[in-house]
Ligand binder design. Structure first.
Ligand SMILES: CCCCC/C=C/C(=O)SCCNC(=O)CCNC(=O)[C@H](O)C(C)(C)COP(=O)(O)OP(=O)(O)OC[C@H]1O[C@@H](n2cnc3c(N)ncnc32)[C@H](O)[C@@H]1OP(=O)(O)O
Length: 252
């Protein structure tokens, strides 16, 4: 692959956005290759947690601006459509996806991170949706996902100004869950991923689905989905074993 590299390390699948000389800017090839890689890891039973990060000093500096010049309206529409479908795919994947933000996460790069389930960032990272400075606006889901994470006012302020924010501020606003030093980033991500990978994969997958669908539904519909699904999670061999283990330890 030209723009993505994959490190298969069961139970983890590490996806690297890999155009470091262009700060991992997203072109059509990257959308295509990231989609293929996600599909490959989705069908790989040994992979329980997917981690997306960037090679070099950036997570991703957004859509490739030099590429914009080559797009006619039809290709631009298709690029945005394919990008949006890829973000939806990541968000709805039956496996947890962590964005390990190692540097700039801007424009389409932040939109990839926002489609992931959890964001862990290095202290040096800077995040933002600077599309407005180019006279455009986010096209891979940013206008919808940012306000859901940080609230309407903060999201509008970020998109109206295009200003970059620090990882610490992003954590304060709820855009990033964890901030660590650059040196600790990979190790802390591994710790987080190890803990998640050790849980029941059925339960993890159901939680993800319930949270995502629940946030788009009424509280009543969400609570009903939770009750209906709960009976299924309860009957898995994994749940039975964990419950038996707990009870037998208490008896012993
Ligand atoms: C059609 C659907 C669109 C979907 C919606 C998405 C839209 C977007 O994402 S628009 C892009 C939003 N991103 C930006 O506006 C960020 C642009 N980049 C920067 O502002 C800076 O590069 C920086 C602040 C992130 C880093 O600055 P610095 O450390 O000084 O590094 P350089 O500027 O020298 O960058 C190194 C190298 O990378 C190229 N590059 C950086 N970002 C992009 C980009 N988004 N697209 C294309 N190329 C990018 C930069 O041009 C340099 O390349 P060379 O000049 O060949 O060395």
């Amino acid at each position: 692959m030209e723009t993505i590299s994959l490190k298969r390390e069961p139970p983890f699948g590490w996806i690297y956005l890999n155009r470091p000389d262009k700060l991992n800017a997203i072109n059509e090839k990257m959308i295509e290759e990231l989609g293929e890689t996600i599909k490959q890891l989705e069908n790989d039973n040994e992979i329980k947690v997917i981690i997306i990060t960037g090679t070099g000093k950036a997570f991703c500096a957004g859509a490739d601006i030099s590429h914009f010049k080559t797009l006619n309206p039809e290709r631009a529409w298709l690029f945005a459509k394919k990008g949006r479908e890829l973000m939806d795919k990541i968000e709805n994947l039956g496996k947890p996806v962590i964005a390990m933000i190692n540097g700039y996460a801007l424009g389409g790069g932040l939109e990839i991170a926002m489609a992931c389930d959890i964001r862990i960032a290095s202290e040096e990272a800077q995040l933002g949706l600077p599309e407005i400075t180019l006279g455009i606006y986010p096209g891979f889901g940013g206008t919808q996902r940012l306000p859901r994470l940080v609230g309407k006012g903060r999201a509008l302020l970020m998109m109206f100004t295009g200003d970059k924010i620090t990882a610490k501020d992003a954590e304060r606003f709820g855009l990033v869950e964890v901030v660590v030093s650059k040196e600790a980033l990979e190790e802390e991500t591994r710790k987080m991923a190890t803990k998640i990978a050790s849980q029941s994969q059925v339960a993890i997958s159901e939680i993800k689905l319930l949270v995502n669908k629940g946030l788009d539904s009424s509280i009543d519909a969400g609570l009903n989905m939770e009750s209906l699904g709960w009976g299924v999670a309860f009957t898995t061999d994994d749940a039975k074993k964990r419950i038996d283990d707990f009870l037998s330890k208490r008896k012993g």
